[in-house]
Design a protein around this ligand. Structure first.
Ligand SMILES: CC(=O)[C@@H](O)[C@H](O)COP(=O)(O)O
Ligand SMILES: NCC(=O)COP(=O)(O)O
Length: 265
């Protein structure tokens, strides 16, 4: 069982918080000029169903989340101070402009998650590398922290990389969980999970907070949280929005929360 978590907005009843990623709602919305499905409506439904935060990953090609979504969600979340707004992306592309725009308008953004994606990448598929990325990340991490934001770095589950994340000034790391999702239900699962446990322990030993995300779903989430200590937040988008087509968004969010609760039972 995870140790009790004590810091941050997402220390929700001592359990892992759920941040719902709305990229795929925007992806569908963008196929017509009708404004449906609405990203802000989806955020409202997800928060009312009990999730603790909203995540978006505005990519430079604006294939899903667009600059106006970032602002509209900021306005929505300003009225819900208990919820946490997490914006992901590459700080060397468009991310910092989105973040500075929110801060300039006095809108909330609680955490930024730096992800080293290239411009045309289909989805995120690797984390930062240290020491290679140290020098260029340090000033941007420092800028975000000076704006009062928490900074998380998207990282492969490699224990030896966690010191570099701390030395770059990060508050947290987000463990990239695609390899776990792929191994789930196969003979490799235990070994892959052991790697995540070791990476989590290394991050915690460095004094870093811990998030996790990518391809988590209702089948693999509980086992992940039972095995990996100290996960403060999971951000889940693709599978959750797919499940919502079947179950409805509110019931889907409640079901993911049940998956999290089962990990602590
Ligand atoms: C950072 C990360 O893990 C991603 O899962 C990302 O937020 C998803 O982006 P797409 O929705 O564009 O695949
Ligand atoms: N940070 C990961 C995230 O927000 C969602 O990833 P996915 O569930 O869409 O793979």
């Amino acid at each position: 069982m995870n140790p009790m978590l004590t810091t941050g907005l997402d220390a929700h009843r001592g359990m892992t918080a759920l941040s719902v990623n709305l990229n795929k709602v925007a992806l569908l919305r963008n196929t017509r000029a009708l404004g449906i499905p609405s990203v802000t409506r989806a955020a409202t439904l997800a928060l009312e169903a009990g999730c603790q935060g909203i995540t978006v990953h505005p990519r430079p090609d604006q294939r899903h989340i667009r600059p106006h979504d970032v602002i509209e969600l900021g306005e929505l979340l300003k009225a819900r101070p208990q919820a946490e707004y997490n914006i992901e992306g590459n700080p060397f592309h468009n991310l910092m402009d989105e973040v500075r725009g929110l801060v300039k308008r006095g809108l909330p953004v609680h955490r930024v998650t730096f992800v080293p994606d290239s411009v045309d990448q289909p989805t995120s598929d690797h984390g930062w590398r240290f020491p290679d990325d140290h020098a260029r990340l340090v000033p941007l991490v420092a800028e975000c922290k000076a704006m009062g934001l928490r900074v998380s770095l998207f990282m492969d589950p490699e224990p030896s990389q966690m010191r570099g994340a701390r030395e770059a000034g990060a508050d947290r790391v987000e463990l990239y969980t695609e390899s776990y999702a792929r191994a789930h239900g196969t003979p490799q699962q235990a070994q892959v999970l052991a790697g995540f446990t070791a990476a989590a322990q290394a991050a915690l030993a460095e004094g870093l907070g811990l998030n996790a995300g990518h391809d988590l779903n209702r089948d693999n989430l509980t086992e992940f949280l039972r095995a990996v200590p100290g996960v403060q937040e999971v951000s889940i988008g693709h599978a959750l929005i797919a499940d919502a087509l079947e179950l409805g968004l509110a019931e889907t969010v409640r079901d993911y929360l049940r998956c999290i609760h089962r990990a602590y039972a």
